[in-house]
Design a protein around this ligand. Structure first.
Ligand code: FES
Length: 122
């Protein structure tokens, strides 16, 4: 039998628990040529790393509309066009640019540390 001890004070505010961001190393910056994307699996995530004019951006790799892989899509400036139904997202913000996508794609703030592209995940 398992006994659970209850807190004796009622109506006490719950303690706030904050997740500590976890740094995730994705790839070497040199692996992603300017104007291209690389699919990376790390720490349970599958993301697309984009190099847009020397700046790195990271989104989920999975299109929010279906089975498309954004790292295999077509880059036009700041826009990625899904390789499946040609929906489009803003690479920097994840916002939908063109249907049939309706749901923004998740983005992750990215930076380069010691030549490695890293993101922080909650
Ligand atoms: S799967 Fe990407 S637009 Fe449909």
């Amino acid at each position: 039998m398992i006994y659970v001890r209850l807190h004796p004070i009622r109506n006490r505010p719950a303690r706030e628990i904050r997740a500590v961001p976890t740094k995730v190393e994705l790839c070497k910056a040199e692996e992603v040529a300017e104007g291209s994307a690389l699919r990376v699996e790390a720490e349970g995530l599958t993301v697309a790393v984009f190099n847009i004019e020397g700046q790195f951006y990271v989104t989920d790799d999975a299109c929010t509309h279906g089975p498309g892989s954004l790292s295999e899509g077509y880059i036009d400036g700041d826009v990625i066009e899904c390789n499946f139904h040609n929906g489009q997202f803003d690479i920097k913000t994840g916002e939908v640019v063109s249907p049939p996508c309706m749901i923004p794609v998740k983005t992750y703030p990215a930076k380069v540390e010691g030549g490695t592209v890293v993101i922080e995940v909650d």
